[in-house]
Design a protein around this ligand. Sequence first.
Ligand code: NAP
Length: 290
Amino acid sequence: MPAVLIDGKAIGLKIREGAKARTAVLRERGIVPCLAVVLAGEDPASLSYVSAKERALAEAGMESRDIRLPASTTEAELLALIAELNRDEKVHGILVQLPLPAHIAEDRVITAIDPAKDVDGFHPVSVGNMVLGRPGFLPCTPFGVLTLLRELHIPLAGAHAVVVGRSNIVGKPLANLLTRKDVNATVTICHTGTKDLARFTREADILIAAAGKPALIKPDMIKKGAAVIDVGVNRVPDSTAKKGYRLCGDVDPAAVEQAGYITPVPGGVGPMTIAMLLQNVVQAAERRTI
Ligand code: NAP
């Protein structure tokens, strides 16, 4: 039997409706959750991510402060802008779209954001809080993946989760969240130094692919019936497509015959990332008003 296709759009919508309802409560008190969205440069993928986030914020009744900067913006200019947004009482969250132009140190920019406004969850204070299990903002994509698994009631306690990828924004935080006591999965992290990747992926009850490599995970690398979460978003050239490329994940589409559950790309993890961002923004606004 082919895998159940996970509808990230539908689950994401449910989360977005929740954020919208919380926003309505804040609005009644005259507070409008506001996210400052900073984009430096004109990377086409970043432009489309930023527009999708801004559309979702508007639909939920939130505001976005859209700040577009030229690629030539200096690090000092960007840091001065962050300092200004940190001070601005009307701004509840700050999102700096990555990647930044090569001459700007992402690390310094992220660290400059007030952790109380760090709705992306990338600030070292947010990361520390996550690792220690303290309240704080969780990074949107890993939080979205965990929420998907929970919403689908996929058994996590005692399950073996294999995460392919160890980036700071996806692989590492996701592995961390899955090992939390209230989740209780046993986690293996794979990366480019892993010898014989398939040996590990075949053992996974839950396989999370976050490598950014098109169709890296082949059907014979998946345990029959496993839940497969494909985080990858890769642009592959396609002359038949209007834009000249199509999006594909890190999992070979033929894996649908082997997996028990699988997320499509697009329409799986992507909509969850946006939904969790909205949830973090409304949470930031609520916290400031307590
Ligand atoms: P990244 O920073 O490039 O990290 C990729 C990770 O995968 C690295 O840890 C790398 O290992 C590992 N890797 C690469 N090739 C591998 C291989 N052949 N075997 C085993 N491990 C391998 O990427 P990222 O930012 O985490 O993003 C990963 C993917 O998710 C990308 O396609 C990105 O577009 C997508 N993404 C999607 C969303 C969404 O909302 N849907 C959000 C964020 C990212 P090393 O550490 O050894 O180099």
